[in-house]
Design a protein around this ligand. Structure first.
Ligand code: FES
Ligand code: MG
Length: 568
């Protein structure tokens, strides 16, 4: 076996001494350096990423598996992105974390890597970085929380939005609101619904990057630990078989992931992250592929926010293998996954145990699922909408624009009595895209004004260049490209303009004449955002638009795993 780690640990003389001696201060016997596959465990444990706070313990099970299979485990930390605490948005740092992962893997003596992913951005950042090195790589996700219980009702992250509205209307007291916090987050794990974290855990399983059942086993269920141990055993064999990431992440795997995302009602963030991953591994994937490959796929998982239940219910009902079995005519079945088996092998004999949670293909919960990509003069490079989480009555809609220049403007005016708005208005928010926010925040599902909530309005058309939490819902058009701050047409929308959307025909039309637009551009030239120093200045300069995955232009592709020079 021609191990990469031999270039460190297999050396004689001074270099070999340096590479081995300091490692031995951890109590590692000499034979560990004699040709055992060295497996990096890339850990995003952090107390500031509560969704991944159980990862130190979980890593021990990965290690156990690696040692059992004859490997040498080495755990290392990388930047961990917690969705709930990081300001202004964790997405601003996804690309930075991916650089940390890429360089940490390449620079160190590892032959294969286990990526420990959980909270939203910790999955794409790790997978993106690993793709740019292309070693044998396997993902173990941390697993979702158990569902919460509040006043006899099952709750999860999607209830945050509902509770916030109830609180606004005085239906929930401050005391009840605080009590609900602990009721919702009562176990380790990431969000219990099909938010972005579970969407990402589902994505890696659908891509064939994890062992089967990675998507839904709860973090608190001991079977998650067993999966971690089995993942540790398997990565050692992947190194022996030289099963590199690029052998798993073929074009067909991406098509499978898009279809599974549609069937599970996955997050719109899936689009941005999968495009960025494809860019790193060199697979030609386009925004329109998401619409094309998800079109014929109905919603098969009855999980919030598109449905009613939670990730743990999905696991008990048979998990992702049972769901994928139902849609097997639409999947590439003969591609190999990380366990060395094909998709067909992995989903064979996977019955549904509860058809209220996973449906058969012909009795699907909703016909409209997946991602709709709309285009028109407001979004020449596209905008996305998640039909399964939107209101059918608003699929074809024309309305008068109520404009918010930026997020501060929105917060300042949304609940003022003077705001001229009704249920037919189209709410438009600018400057929340990659460069504009910066970091493309999850503010696209702008809350509905209090005075309309009081009238019973539950949904309205909302348009922005931002994102939406995977736990969010509504008739929300997101990722408008190019964004306002990059000189997209959105920059010149004004209050009182008319916009119409037609989801069926995938169009979005802004009623403005060429002359009027030219006039506006002259009167209000683009004021591009600028930052003088630090990572954020680099980010603003080099980040690409959402329609291609919002990666930095200089990070697309990879640099392989070879490092020729030694350090001394
Ligand atoms: Fe971490 Fe939802 S906040 S997964
Ligand atoms: Mg999120």
């Amino acid at each position: 076996m021609n191990l990469r780690s031999k270039q460190w640990f297999g050396k004689t003389g001074k270099d070999g001494f340096i590479y081995r001696a300091w490692m031995k201060n951890q109590g590692i016997p000499d034979d560990y350096f004699q040709g055992k596959p060295v497996i990096g465990i890339c850990n995003t444990w952090s107390e500031l990423t509560p969704c991944n706070a159980h990862f130190r313990e979980l890593a021990e099970f990965v290690k156990k598996g690696i040692i059992e299979a004859g490997g040498f485990p080495v755990e290392f930390p990388v930047m961990s992105l917690g969705e709930t605490l990081i300001k202004p948005t964790a997405m601003l740092y996804r690309n930075l974390a991916s650089m940390d992962v890429e360089e940490s893997i390449r620079a160190n003596p590892v032959d294969g890597v286990v990526l420990m992913c959980g909270c939203d951005k910790t999955t794409p950042s790790l997978v993106m970085g690993a793709c740019s090195v292309d070693l044998p790589t396997l993902v173990i996700s941390g697993g979702p929380m158990m569902k919460g219980k509040f006043k006899g009702k099952e709750i999860g992250t999607s209830d945050v939005w509902r509770f916030a509205e109830a609180y606004k209307l005085g239906e929930l007291t401050q005391k009840e609101f605080i009590e609900a916090e602990a009721c919702m987050a009562r176990t380790p794990g990431h969000c219990a619904v099909m938010g972005t974290a579970s969407t990402m855990a589902t994505m890696v399983e659908a891509l064939g990057l994890s062992l089967p059942q990675n998507a839904a086993i709860p973090a608190a269920d001991v079977r998650r630990k067993v999966l971690a141990q089995e993942s540790g055993r398997r990565i050692v064999d992947m190194v022996r078989e030289d099963q590199k990431l690029s052998k798993v992440l073929v074009r067909e795997a991406f098509e499978n992931a898009i279809r599974v995302n549609a069937a599970t009602g996955g997050s719109t963030n899936f689009v941005i992250h999968l495009l960025a991953i494809a860019g790193r591994i060199g697979v030609d994937l386009h925004l329109d592929d998401f619409d094309k490959f998800s079109k014929s796929i109905p919603l098969l998982a009855n999980v919030q926010p598109s449905g009613e239940h939670f990730m743990e219910d999905l696991y008990y009902a048979g998990g992702l293998p049972a769901l994928m079995e139902q849609m097997k005519e639409y999947l590439h079945l003969n591609i190999k996954t990380v366990n060395g088996k094909t998709v067909a092998d992995n989903i064979a004999n996977s019955p549904i145990y509860d058809d209220k949670i996973i449906s058969t293909f012909d009795k699907a919960f909703k016909k409209d699922s997946g991602i709709a990509v709309l285009r028109g003069n407001l979004a020449p490079n596209g905008a996305v909408l998640k039909p399964s989480a939107a209101s059918k009555e608003l699929f074809k809609h024309r309305g008068k624009v109520v404009l918010f220049e930026n997020i501060e403007d929105y917060h300042a005016r949304i609940d003022t009595p003077e705001l001229d708005i009704d249920e037919n208005s189209v709410m438009v928010l600018k400057n929340v895209g990659p460069k504009g926010y910066p970091g493309m925040a999850e503010v696209g599902n702008m809350g509905i004004p209090k005075k309309l909530l009081e009238k019973g309005v539950k949904d309205m058309v909302r348009i922005s260049d931002g994102r939406m939490s995977g736990t969010g819902f509504g008739t929300v058009l997101l990722h408008v490209s190019p964004e306002a701050a990059a000189g997209g047409p959105l920059n010149w929308v004004q209050n009182g303009d008319f916009i119409s959307i037609d989801v069926e025909n995938r169009s979005i039309n802004w009623e403005v004449s060429d002359e009027e637009l030219a006039k506006r551009k002259q009167a209000h030239p683009l004021q591009a955002p600028k930052m003088d120093r630090g990572y954020v200045s680099l980010y603003i300069d080099r980040v690409q638009q959402a329609d291609v995955g919002a990666d930095m232009d200089f990070l697309v592709g990879g640099s392989g795993s070879t490092v020729t020079r030694d350090s001394h």
